[in-house]
Ligand binder design. Structure first.
Ligand code: ZN
Length: 359
């Protein structure tokens, strides 16, 4: 994780804290100094924030360790000023497992809440007070208990992809398809997100940020779930383009420009003796032209380290590889035999066709 401080690891899961977190602490110091808050109270506030985020880490471990029980690893846990994020390698497909993973986080906060209340109770803490007490060494635990209760309740709001939204999705999946369930949970999440933004504008800017994250996150996950369901069961062979434009490696770049302007093709296979040596995309051609050397040959601008895929590879896996390696086009082989190409636009068309047929 870029721009993050490594805090440590537990059960093979690394914990990072994002640098923007320091802005939050800095902002508290500035705000408190300007409002003339005593230094001791600012100190308690900082400690309080750090303790809350410690509880957030425990919350994320609730998710991560439960997922681990179902054989799903967690890449890492990252702490942002607006909350924590356990980046699971994948989500459980079984709705009952998803339900348990989603509930485990808020459950951790509820457990902390009850433990703190019990400790306060046995220490003879006086719970009856007229107004909110100042934050100090004896009240900090009461504040921390309340914060944990708030964290549990807030996370359980049905704002997909927050925990409560995942609970909703899992429950819906028991009665309908995962795609339909995700669409309903996603729409509910986006409606909640708009409420957060609206409420946050008048009360709390952090809530505005959270609202925006939820809104975008819900959309992304609905699309991803749809794509997953539409692509599953298909292989590279199903979306293969066996007709594709070729360019000779020793032709001048001008030849590629002509072919680009002449037809609809945006990706080319560069060949030497009928064997592909790489690919050339529209972007590559334009970049080559920026070099302003008219004598440049096609070989000079060819991507000679193309992504190679097997016919039998799952289509979803292929698409993941393409976006991970930032390749718009891949060469497809059957054994050692070159059979065609696969490009991202063609996969998008494939998804659109399947989506239309599914309706
Ligand atoms: Zn959570």
């Amino acid at each position: 994780m870029k721009f993050s401080l490594y805090l440590g690891r537990y059960s093979g899961i690394k914990v990072f804290i994002h640098w923007t977190f320091s802005l939050l602490l800095f902002w508290i110091v500035i705000a408190n100094t300007r409002s003339g808050t005593p230094l001791a109270e600012t100190g308690w506030t900082l400690l309080f924030i750090i303790l809350i985020f410690l509880c957030v880490i425990l919350h994320e471990f609730g998710h991560a360790l439960t997922a681990q029980k179902f054989g799903i690893q967690t890449r890492d846990i990252i702490l942002l000023p607006i909350g924590g994020l356990a980046r699971l390698e994948k989500l459980p497909d079984d709705p009952k497992e998803e339900l348990k993973v989603a509930l485990a986080g808020p459950l951790v906060n509820l457990v902390i809440f009850f433990i703190l209340l019990l400790i306060l109770f046995f220490k003879g803490f006086d719970f009856y007070m007229e107004e909110a007490p100042a934050l100090n060494g004896s009240t900090i635990w009461l504040y921390l208990a309340s914060a944990n209760f708030f964290l549990a309740v807030f996370n359980l709001l049905p704002a997909f992809p927050m925990d409560g939204g995942r609970v909703l999705r899992a429950l819906l999946t028991l009665r309908m398809s995962r795609v339909k369930a995700t669409e309903i949970a996603g729409a509910t999440g986006q409606a909640m997100a708009i409420l957060f933004v609206f409420f946050g504008l008048f009360n709390n800017p952090v809530l505005v940020l959270i609202g925006i994250f939820i809104f975008l996150g819900a959309q992304a996950e609905v699309n991803q779930t749809k794509q997953h369901s539409l692509l599953s069961g298909f292989t590279v062979e199903d979306a293969l383009m066996s007709k594709f434009p070729v360019l000779a490696f020793d032709a001048p770049l001008q030849k590629a420009v002509e072919k680009l302007l002449d037809g609809q093709a945006t990706h080319f296979v560069v060949v030497r003796d009928d064997q592909p040596i790489g690919t050339l995309s529209r972007e590559g051609i334009v970049q080559g032209l920026h070099g302003q050397n008219a004598q440049v040959s096609i070989e000079d601008v060819t991507d000679k380290d193309p992504l190679k895929l097997e016919m039998a590879t799952a289509l979803e896996e292929a698409l993941k590889n393409m976006s991970r390696q930032n390749k718009k086009v891949a060469l497809v082989y059957e054994g050692h035999h070159f059979v065609g190409i696969l490009d991202q636009e063609n996969i998008s068309e494939f998804i659109m066709v399947k989506d239309a047929l599914a309706r």
